[in-house]
Design a protein around this ligand. Structure first.
Ligand SMILES: *[C@@H]1O[C@H](CO)[C@@H](O)[C@H](O)[C@H]1NC(C)=O
Ligand SMILES: *[C@@H]1O[C@H](CO)[C@@H](O)[C@H](O)[C@H]1NC(C)=O
Ligand SMILES: *[C@@H]1O[C@H](CO)[C@@H](O)[C@H](O)[C@H]1NC(C)=O
Length: 274
């Protein structure tokens, strides 16, 4: 387990770097565009996506491309970054990593679950997602590790050393939660209550092993005048269920998911009255 945590730590360092370099140019180019209507510097904006086939018209910008993470071995991670729909400089930056093993953050998270452009059922077009999480935050989708989605390495042995080792199912992620909680990061765990793959009950049993002090007992939360699910707050962690949702919760309950996400970002409990 130490091994994973160590790798996770070095992985997060890489991300911190990535956030810095991709966010800064975005904000400054926005600024330039608004203040003087000057043409964007193509050097800064080579990752700007301008001509996605059948893309619905939108007022925010989005970027996609590779970030080199190891030049010696030729390792690069693919990202897609959507500015928040409004006032991106004031909104938080959210990093989205689909779980696994081996799930693409672009193929699932961005284009089927919570991004602004969802791929149509027939795979032929894109439709605008009115419940996209970039209504509330700048959203960065990263494909990780190498071998997932468009992320790759030019050194074949990387796939054995990084790919498999990181993506093999571990029996538990509880030690990672402990580490994140002790670093004072707030955690939100959610679960569709008709999810047969990761049932609510097993998640509750697992969370119980953390033995965190309860700050708000199990109670219903509401969305659009209905009970949307149940939640419990612990020191450092919020657990919520989504009524009638399966495994990929935002696909089943897009509006409810966006509402919960929004209250979590504000540091608030979800609406607990109708
Ligand atoms: C690149 O990756 C290799 C193999 O994982 C590692 O030995 C080396 O230290 C890495 N280089 C840098 C600069 O991180
Ligand atoms: C991998 O190799 C190709 C072909 O030489 C090169 O174009 C590409 O930039 C390399 N990728 C990385 C991440 O170094
Ligand atoms: C999208 O959501 C906004 C509220 O956030 C609403 O005013 C608008 O009517 C919705 N558009 C569609 C096409 O559902």
């Amino acid at each position: 387990m130490d091994n994973i945590v160590l790798k996770l730590t070095s992985f997060l360092c890489t991300l911190a770097f990535l956030l810095f370099i991709s966010f800064k140019p975005v904000v400054s180019s926005r600024h330039r565009q608004w203040s003087g209507g000057r043409k964007l510097n193509s050097g800064d904006n080579s990752d700007l996506v301008t001509n996605l086939p059948n893309q619905p018209r939108v007022d925010f910008q989005h970027y996609a491309g590779y970030v080199m993470v190891n030049e010696t071995n030729g390792r690069a991670l693919f990202y897609w970054f959507y500015e928040a729909m409004t006032s991106p400089e004031e909104k938080p930056l959210v990093l989205w990593l689909n779980g696994g093993p081996g799930c693409s953050s672009v193929g699932y998270g961005a284009t089927q679950e919570i991004g602004p452009f969802l791929v149509d059922g027939d795979g032929q077009g894109l439709k605008f997602n009115n419940f996209s999480w970039n209504k509330e935050a700048n959203m960065l989708f990263l494909e990780s590790p190498v071998g997932v989605g468009f992320s790759y390495s030019n050194t074949t042995s990387d796939y054995e050393q990084l790919g498999d080792d990181l993506t093999d199912s571990k029996s538990t992620v509880i030690p990672i939660y402990k580490k994140l909680i002790s670093a004072k990061l707030r955690i939100w765990v959610y679960s569709g209550d008709t999810d047969g793959r990761v049932p609510v009950l097993s998640t509750r049993y697992s969370l119980n092993t953390l033995a965190l002090p309860v700050t708000k007992p199990w109670s219903p939360w509401y969305h659009e005048n209905e009970v949307s699910g149940w939640y419990e707050e612990y020191e450092g962690l919020t657990f919520a269920t989504f009524r009638g949702a399966g495994h990929a919760v935002p696909c089943f309950k897009p509006s409810n998911s966006l509402a919960f996400f929004s209250s979590f970002l504000r540091g608030e409990s979800p609406p607990s009255t109708k």
